[in-house]
Write a protein that binds this ligand. Structure first.
Ligand SMILES: *Cc1c(COP(=O)(O)O)cnc(C)c1O
Length: 327
């Protein structure tokens, strides 16, 4: 993967395998499930964070920056990907981590440090004010100038990267599916993916986001805004399709109680049985709840018989460490 070439990145995205994961309960309902293994897009960078970083790194390089700063928690897939990307593409990286420095770093942060990331820990109150404070000036004088990447790679450039996935899917399947499903945190990925799918000529397909975080209040508003901006921009590659006002929807309520080291038993059982029957490993925060959501909707008769669902495996498998997972 090189950050100077859209076409190289697109080629990588087109080579991502689609794995059949139709479980017995889906089969009974006449629903086929294919998992797009975007967790495997690159050996070091995984999942949607690779897509969301791609144009951010490009913008940083074009603006002459060799140092990047971003934010996240101690298990952040984003900081993990940023550290590895920095190592690979010769950027220095600074990770601002929410909370006090722990005595033992999480496996995620240990990887980040090993990849050369400098860590700064800040209290939760300061963290909430992160974008504005004097802190930025302090860090600039301490570490030198840096390019700021929004938390989670959110924003236009992140969404633009995800739109490329929509084009790659079209290259692979030529519209031979009925819906595409993805887990949502900020929803940047959903907005970009949906715009990309429409631009690739599949504006009739439904693109469904499953919100997995608790307290997702105005998530839909933010997604609509990102989608609208992307649609109004010249970003969308090789657009043959018309991008409609909206081709996505957001379904909430799949947080299963929010964060923790261990999931409630019903979700844990689902996790184990899904992995055993399909061989697709899931991360505890996002893709597990996505697959659970798809199955839950199946039980409600949400999908018509003959549906062919593509679920995006958005990565996050590094986050299994430090979490109680199925054997
Ligand atoms: C960050 C992340 C998401 C959420 O992406 P958004 O663009 O914030 O909605 C989904 N899945 C995984 C594995 C992630 O790491």
């Amino acid at each position: 993967m090189v950050i100077d070439s859209d076409s190289d990145f697109f080629k990588l995205a087109c080579a991502v395998p689609l794995q059949n994961a139709t479980t017995p309960s889906l089969q009974k309902a006449g629903v086929e499930l294919l998992v797009r293994r975007d967790d495997q897009i690159d050996c070091s960078l995984s999942g949607n964070k690779a897509y969301k970083l791609f144009y951010n790194l490009r913008a940083a390089r074009d603006a002459g920056f060799y140092q990047l700063l971003s934010f996240g928690g101690a298990y952040s897939n984003h900081l993990h990907a940023l550290a590895l990307a920095g190592d690979k593409f010769e950027f220095k990286t600074i990770g601002v981590v929410r909370g006090e420095r722990p005595r033992v770093l999480s496996a995620t942060l240990q990887d980040a440090v090993a990849a050369g990331m400098q860590l700064i820990f800040i209290g939760r109150d300061d963290y909430e004010r992160k974008a504005f404070g004097v802190l930025m000036d302090e860090w600039r004088s301490k570490f030198g100038d840096f390019y700021l990447i929004p938390e989670g790679g959110a924003g236009q450039l992140g969404a633009k990267g995800m739109s490329l996935l929509g084009h790659a899917l079209e290259h692979q399947l030529k519209g031979d599916y009925t819906s595409v499903c993805i887990a949502c945190g900020t929803g940047t990925s959903l907005a970009g993916l949906a715009a990309g799918i429409a631009a690739a000529g599949q504006s009739e397909k439904s693109v469904i986001g499953f919100s997995v975080l608790k307290g997702d209040g105005d998530l839909g508003t933010g997604i609509a805004e990102t989608y609208r901006q992307l649609r109004a921009s010249k970003y969308l590659l090789q657009s043959h399709g018309q991008v409609p006002a909206a081709n996505w929807r957001l379904i909430s309520g799949f947080h299963a109680g929010g964060y923790g080291k261990k999931h409630p038993p019903y979700l844990f059982d689902f996790w184990r049985s899904f992995e055993q029957t399909t061989g697709v490993p899931l991360d505890p925060v996002y893709t597990l709840k996505l697959m659970w959501g798809i199955h839950w909707l199946t039980e409600q008769g949400y999908w018509s018989r003959g549906s062919r669902i593509i679920a995006i495996h958005s990565g996050g498998l590094q986050g299994r460490r430090g979490f109680i997972c199925p054997e």
